[in-house]
Write a protein that binds this ligand. Structure first.
Ligand code: AR6
Length: 167
C-alpha cells in the first residue's frame, strides 16, 4: 500500500525525501527551495560537487538539518504539451529514485508530486504515472514504506481520485 499524506515534505521523519530539483541541482523555488532552506547551507555545498543531473535521473545527498537522513534529487520533465517524452521521463524519475532507495538500504521514502508545479505537468496524468511506479516498486519491496506527499488540497484530491482508479 502507498501511504498518502497532506503536508510539507521537509518535516517528515523518514529515511529519505525526494526533491523535485532542476538540472543544476543548486536550488530553486517550490519544494526545492523549501528543502534547501530547511536543510541549510551544507546541502548546496554538496550539490555543487555533483555537477548537475540530467532530466529523468537522480542523485543522493545527505539530509543535513532535515529530519530525513537522505535527500534524493530528481529532475522531472518540463511539460511541453505531452508529445516530448514527458511521460517516459517522469516514469524514469521515479525509477531512478527507487534505484537509489535500493542501493542505500533506505526503508522509508517520501515523494512530492514531481513536475506538477513550476514544470506544469498535468496533475492527474502525473499522478497516474507516480502511482504506477510506486505500486510497481512496492510489489517487489513490501517492507519499504512509500509515501506520496500532497502539498495542497488540489494535489490531494487528484491523487485520491487516481489512487481509487488504480485499486
Ligand atoms: N512539500 C511537499 N510538496 C511541495 C512543497 C513542500 N514543501 N512545496 C511545493 N510542493 P515544484 P516542479 C509541491 O514547482 O514542478 C523548482 O524551482 C507543489 O505543490 O516544486 O518539479 C526547481 O528548482 C507541486 O505539487 O517542482 C525546478 O526549477 C510539487 O511540489 C522546478 O521548480 C512540485 O512543484 C521544478 O518544478
Amino acid at each position: 500500500m502507498i501511504n498518502m499524506i497532506k503536508g510539507d515534505i521537509t518535516t517528515l521523519k523518514v529515511d529519505a525525501i525526494v526533491n523535485a530539483a532542476n538540472n543544476s541541482l543548486l536550488g530553486g523555488d517550490g519544494v526545492d527551495g523549501a528543502i534547501h532552506r530547511a536543510a541549510g547551507p551544507g546541502l548546496v555545498e554538496e550539490c555543487r560537487k555533483l555537477g548537475g543531473c540530467p532530466t529523468g535521473e537522480a542523485r543522493i545527498t545527505k539530509g543535513y538539518r532535515l529530519p530525513a537522513e537522505w535527500i534524493i534529487h530528481t529532475i522531472g520533465p518540463i511539460w511541453l504539451g505531452g508529445s516530448n517524452e514527458e511521460d517516459r521521463l517522469l516514469s524514469m524519475c521515479y525509477k531512478s529514485c527507487f534505484e537509489l532507495v535500493e542501493q542505500n538500504g533506505i526503508t522509508s521514502v517520501a515523494f512530492p508530486s514531481i513536475s506538477t508545479g513550476a514544470y506544469g505537468f498535468p496533475i492527474e496524468r502525473a499522478g497516474r504515472i507516480a502511482f504506477k511506479e510506486m505500486c510497481n516498486f512496492k510489489s517487489n519491496h513490501e517492507s519499504i514504506e512509500v509515501i506520496a506527499v500532497c502539498f495542497n488540497d488540489h494535489v490531494y484530491d487528484c491523487y485520491r481520485k487516481v489512487m481509487k482508479e488504480t485499486r
